[in-house]
Design a protein around this ligand. Structure first.
Ligand code: AMP
Ligand code: MG
Length: 356
């Protein structure tokens, strides 16, 4: 057990001088080999010095993460990308200039400056420049290169609030920076630039349409992440693990709204009869139609950003309430909705029922 310092920022969107002093101290902790959890525009990250192999090992240990699952290297200045990755391919600069700082990660050939402990043994490295001002300041103060996976215990939903990080990592890391709620609430889009046709390894807020438009050619999703087959091998090693999952069993029900409500009520009535605590993840439009112990409204069916923003918070609330059998509606599967449904399907371990 280590004593975890909780640093509450006064103004995360425009750090005050007290905040900047706190971020300087947090940067120093990372430079000395320590671990600091911090907010970004996507989810909270667990940061360590990306160029120090011992720090990367400490990150895996604190999260209980398998060490073949590589870490994303976070930078604060565009020119730093070329110090860890081969940026010579024209698409790399094009995408970096268009979407950084922001919720996009590029997978590129790794330079020797990056320890293989950070890349999970791969010769490629994932790089991202977050737009969150707290994250940028911390990265600069930490020496410019911060390895940061999501700041959850491996297997749990990613944290979208400092409270979630405290639940998972207090006593396991040196400091947690409390910058409030993360605006996006789902992890970055990962784009593989080590193959001839750039491919999305993990969908996120930067959509396939936005990437295709920027590159002037169609960018596809890794087919393995759309497949629910048990033997599908996604190229981002992290996407193969059961992930983002609540402790209760989760089933997605997809189809026309009336039938979905009826099917979910039927499934949960059976679970209740068996003595289980039941829960529903519902859109605002249908929430009033359910019978369950707890019903969480995730947002309006047409509002992908709102649904994405609330997903992990609700999965964690289901855990807090001890819900054993959870049903969720399926949500729109286009644009950012692709990322939302990807995480929801993984959380459900493939359990999806289609009704007509
Ligand atoms: P997280 O840090 O929790 O957001 O997870 C990072 C994700 O990036 C995981 O799914 C990793 O497998 C993926 N990733 C990191 N580095 C690479 C890489 N070099 N090649 C492919 N995927 C990567
Ligand atoms: Mg993660």
């Amino acid at each position: 057990m280590v004593k975890t310092r909780i640093i509450k920022l006064e103004n995360p969107s425009a750090p005050t001088s007290a905040d900047r002093e706190a971020l300087r101290e947090a940067g120093e902790i990372i430079q000395k080999g320590g671990l600091v959890a911090f907010p970004t525009e996507t989810v909270y990250g667990l940061g360590g010095d990306a160029l120090n192999p011992a720090s990367s090992k400490a990150i895996y240990a604190a999260k209980g993460r398998p060490s073949d699952n590589p870490l994303i290297v976070h930078i604060a200045d565009l020119q730093d990308a070329g110090r860890v990755a081969d940026m010579s391919r024209p698409e790399a600069m094009l995408l970096a200039k268009r979407f950084w700082p922001g919720p996009m990660t590029l997978v590129l050939p790794a330079l020797d400056t990056v320890p293989r402990e950070t890349t999970g043994g791969l010769d490629t490295v994932a790089v991202r420049m977050p737009s969150d001002p707290t994250a940028a300041e911390l990265i600069r103060r930490a020496g410019g290169f911060v390895a940061a996976p999501s700041a959850n215990l491996s297997g749990r939903p990613s944290p979208t609030d400092a409270e979630h990080v405290i639940q998972d990592l207090e006593g396991r890391v040196d400091a947690i920076i409390d910058g409030g709620d993360n605006p996006i609430g789902l992890e970055s889009t990962i784009v593989d630039l080590t193959v001839e046709d750039p491919m999305i390894l993990r969908p996120g807020y930067i959509t396939p349409e936005m990437l295709s438009e920027a590159l002037g050619k169609k960018v596809e999703l890794d087919p393995a992440i759309l497949s629910m087959a048990a033997d599908a091998k996604p190229k981002a090693p992290g996407m193969k693990y059961r992930h983002y999952a609540p402790k209760g069993s989760l089933t997605i029900v997809k189809g026309n709204p009336k039938t979905v409500v009826a099917k979910i009520n039927e499934l949960l009535a059976d679970a209740a009869k068996a003595g289980k605590k039941t829960g529903v993840i519902a859109t605002k439009e249908l929430a009033l139609g359910y019978k369950a112990d707890v019903i969480y409204c995730i947002g309006s069916a047409g509002d992908e950003a709102e649904v994405g923003h609330n997903l992990y918070r609700i999965l964690r609330k289901m855990d807090d309430e001890g819900v054993e059998v959870i049903c969720s509606e399926a949500f729109a599967d286009s644009g950012f909705g692709k990322a939302v449904m990807n995480r929801l399907r993984k959380a459900a371990g493939g359990e999806m029922i289609e009704v007509s």
